[in-house]
Design a protein around this ligand. Structure first.
Ligand code: ZN
Length: 407
């Protein structure tokens, strides 16, 4: 099949005017000027007209479990109050509610042109029941705050459901809900299976207060539910993340921080930046602009992380703190927050960058021969704005989506 469009935005060189992409089965076979492509390729021609054809978008952080919680939780006074509020909502949900929620989330993400997704699920048991319509990395979100003695058992149980799926990883939830032992066991299992890891880190001021000063609403809340708090009062969350996993020399030498996709990182101190400057640690970072607004977190330190060569991706987070699963809306919120960043750089944060974070930089995120045929089309015309500007401005649902060569 030859797919022709006014512009092909490959993310692999400048956009190609009057371009075309050749797709055979699930792969991209060729890309270039339509006039040249048609001379040496046969097949049905699909003309998308006045549109930009681009790689499908990749959401680097979301929780489809909570699609059904859209508009259910208004912003709260504290992060701890928000955790209480989501726990109260979750108590009302059945297994079937979660299955429906995940399915609706997939359908919505696809309508917004997302063809790849990092989905953290608190219910890995449900994974075999769900036929994901887009390329999905299932991460089991693991919490042992109420049963730290069961850390290894919790990880091993999740593995039984995850291992049959093609793309999976592990997500110890956060330093305040997952024990050091849980983090360590996740790293061991990830190394053995060569899978990625993700976690929430340094998201809120309350998390900083908890680990650095042993105080604040999150500290008090977790203490009240019986979490051992002896790891609080010494370190920043980042320091704690880097040291908590260091007790085993074998792990330390085998560890590769590039395996981590770290969500948030809003709360970094000067000493944290010094630590990062002096270390080789360069994990991948996910920023969720609209969820960040909802929580009124501290400013995301984009420029400092970029100057240290961190790979920055965008994600929607869940609908318990966001309005929808559109990465276009996420790109626009990011642009408002950081008007100095070019639309092309912003588009990389939902294509090339998350592909790298998932170690799929040779498979997805670009239009290049040999890559997976994950493509979308966005209206694009006139001479006024560049294709990148028009893509970031696009506000609607996507009519033409191809995932793995299928429309
Ligand atoms: Zn999250």
């Amino acid at each position: 099949m030859i797919v022709r469009a006014r512009t092909v935005v490959t993310m692999d060189g400048p956009p190609i005017d009057n371009g075309a992409v050749v797709v055979r089965e699930d792969q991209i076979l060729d890309v270039g000027k339509f006039d040249e492509i048609r001379t040496h390729n046969a097949g049905q021609i699909v003309d998308l007209g006045e549109q930009a054809l681009l790689p499908g978008l990749i959401n680097a952080h979301c929780h489809l479990d909570y699609t059904c919680l859209r508009d259910k939780i208004s912003p709260q006074k504290s992060f701890a109050d928000w955790i209480r509020a989501i726990n109260a909502q979750k108590a009302k949900l059945s297994t079937q509610d979660y299955v429906s929620s995940i399915r609706e989330g997939f359908a919505e993400a696809k309508r917004f042109g997302t063809t790849g997704i990092v989905n953290l699920t608190a219910f890995p048991d449900l994974v075999p029941q769900i036929d994901a319509p887009i390329r999905t990395w299932w991460f089991a979100e693991l919490i042992d705050v109420r049963a730290p003695e069961r850390a290894n058992e919790i990880v091993d149980h999740a593995l039984e459901s995850l291992e049959p799926t093609p793309n999976w990883g592990l997500a110890p939830h956060a330093l305040f809900t997952a024990s050091a032992e849980l983090y360590r066991h996740c790293e061991e299992v990830a190394q053995q299976n060569n899978v990625p890891l993700t976690t929430h880190l340094a998201e809120s001021r309350e998390e900083m207060d908890m680990f650095h000063d042993a105080s604040g609403p999150l500290y008090e809340f977790l203490k009240s539910i019986g979490r051992p708090m002896d790891d609080c009062g010494n370190e920043t969350p980042l320091e704690h993340f880097l040291t908590v996993r260091d007790s085993s020399a074998a792990l330390r030498s085998a560890r590769n921080d590039n395996d981590w996709l770290v969500a948030h990182l809003n709360e970094l101190t000067e000493s944290d930046f010094e630590l990062l400057e002096g270390s080789k640690t360069r994990f991948h970072v996910v920023h969720s602009p609209r969820s960040h607004d909802y929580f009124k977190h501290s400013q995301f330190p984009l420029e400092r992380l970029r100057s240290l060569a961190f790979n920055i991706c965008l994600g929607t987070d869940s609908l318990a703190s966001n309005k929808n699963l559109s990465l276009f809306a996420e790109m626009r919120a990011f642009q408002k927050e950081f008007p100095g960043v070019s639309p092309e750089e912003i588009l990389k944060m939902v294509t090339v960058n998350p592909a790298t974070a998932l170690r799929q930089q040779d498979m997805i995120g670009r239009i290049r021969p040999g890559f997976c045929a994950d493509l979308i089309a966005v209206p694009c015309g006139g001479e006024r704005d560049s294709p990148f500007e028009q893509i970031v401005e696009f506000d609607g649902s996507i009519d033409w989506v191809m995932v793995n060569g299928k429309m």
